[in-house]
Design a protein around this ligand. Structure first.
Ligand code: HAM
Length: 423
């Protein structure tokens, strides 16, 4: 019997995790600049947090991991970060202190999708939710943050697509007209789109099926059904984006995969050749009813999320993030028991002074220890032989220049400090 990872999951191995941490730190810094604060909600929620009457998206209906706990409670692994954040916002009454609440999060999500390049069953997202304002300037801030997330990272081959679905009334009106338009083509639609015609017709607009694309060529579009106030909101947003010099294109067919959106929607796509079909790096939009649905006061919201796996592969393809090499300030090489005992003490002392250090815990030969030191990327070899112990000294060899000097033990920290500042 063998033990394998669950289908659609992956391990982040030690030589890969540094880039994950780097990206997470980057996100925390940038999102703090925009005054978003981190929220950490549970990975498991009661199923009704996601399975709400208003949400008929495939993602929630068909792709969630649902199970009963030992007390027969219905639980669901979160498929996205928005619903849990809003549940927490309402449950903790975050709306009482503030006109505007700006949250960000980083964490794993679960969707039972067909795994492929860029699509996993457990995947990491980071995202934001800004709650409490209808101002299109807030839409522009959120889109600016999504854009700066990739721009400041150094990704070049990306495009920002925006659209508006309009308010509830515009959406209903559009939906009715879309269904009326599609009905005569029902038998020619792809299997997925046929199903969507009943419960999620908007998604047919972004079907990848060639037959569906042909059918929807002249289909009604959300922008044609905007109410006066939705039209004004979208026009103002566009002015603000122009003012902020955010590059974007209006994609009239952009609809998004979740049902809670109204008004502004947007996505950021990787345009690199060979990125694969799953090229949406991130997406989001406005949702006007979620807070109310969770029992809070009527409060509009807007947010987005990025998929970290896709971002990391875009960063690798564009050569922005390379594989991070191991690195140690020093590795102590020893030959006998006394030296090993002393090395333990030196190592501890160096670490407490801010140096990354390691020693050898097996009885390896000099050659094997050297190999291990180089594998770790050690900048200095600290060699501790019988003579050194007797003389209270240590040999310090720079692995780059291959220069070796004898340093008295009390001077070791100063020597390494000087060495470090000269690097
Ligand atoms: P979403 O478009 O479903 O939106 O997901 C956002 C991003 O998560 C996608 O663009 C993609 O990069 C990544 N992603 C989604 N599913 C997978 C998967 N199976 N494997 C790998 N990556 C994936 C949301 O989740 C909304 N909650 C965003 C939002 C926040 N809207 C408003 N606020």
């Amino acid at each position: 019997m063998s033990f394998n990872k669950v289908k659609g999951t992956y391990d982040v191995l030690p030589n890969e995790s540094k880039n994950w941490v780097k990206l997470e730190n980057y996100v925390r810094n940038l999102y703090n600049l925009f005054n978003y604060q981190e929220i950490r909600t549970p990975i498991i929620e009661y199923s009704n947090v996601f399975h709400r009457a208003s949400e008929g998206s495939d993602m929630v209906i068909k792709e969630t991991y649902n199970f009963k706990d030992r007390s027969n409670r219905d639980l669901t692994l979160r498929p996205e970060g928005t619903a849990g954040s809003i549940r927490s916002y309402v449950e903790n009454k975050l709306y009482v202190n503030n006109g505007l609440t700006k949250l960000f999060y980083i964490g794993p999500n679960f969707r039972y999708e067909r795994p492929q390049k860029g699509r996993f069953r457990q995947f990491m997202q980071f995202g934001v939710e800004a709650l409490g304002s209808n101002d299109p300037r807030l839409d522009s801030e959120v889109i600016e943050l999504a854009y700066q997330t990739i721009n400041q990272l150094g990704l070049k081959q990306v495009s920002v697509k925006i659209n508006s679905l309009g308010d509830e009334e515009s959406k209903l009106n559009f939906r009715k007209n879309l269904v009326d338009y599609l009905m005569p083509f029902e038998s020619k639609l792809s299997k997925d789109s046929k199903e969507r015609l009943v419960n999620n017709p908007l998604r047919i607009l972004d079907s990848k099926d060639e037959g569906d694309i042909e059918i929807t060529k002249n289909a009604p579009l959300p922008l044609d059904y905007l109410s006066e106030s939705s039209k004004k909101h979208f026009e103002q947003l566009i002015n603000h984006l122009d003012n902020l010099n955010i590059p974007y294109e209006v994609d009239k067919k952009l609809v998004r995969g979740l049902d809670y959106y109204s008004e502004t929607v947007f996505e950021i796509h990787a345009t690199t050749d060979g990125f694969g079909a799953q090229n949406a790096l991130g997406g989001g939009g406005r949702y006007q009813n979620l807070v109310k649905e969770f029992g809070g006061p009527e409060t509009p919201g807007i947010g987005f999320a990025f998929g970290m796996e896709r971002l990391l592969s875009a960063l690798e393809i564009e050569g922005v993030y390379n594989k991070v090499e191991n690195s140690l300030d020093a590795y102590i090489i020893t030959f006998n028991e006394d030296a090993k005992n002393l090395a333990l003490k030196i190592q501890s002392n160096l670490r407490l002074n801010g140096f990354t250090v390691d020693i050898n815990y097996t009885n390896k030969s000099f050659k094997a220890q050297l190999k291990e030191a180089l594998n770790y990327g050690a900048k200095n070899l600290l060699i501790l032989g019988e003579d050194e112990i007797k003389n209270n000294t240590i040999e310090v060899k720079d692995t780059l220049t291959e220069k070796q000097v004898t340093v008295s033990m009390i001077n070791l920290i100063n020597h390494l400090k000087e060495h470090k500042s000269n690097e």
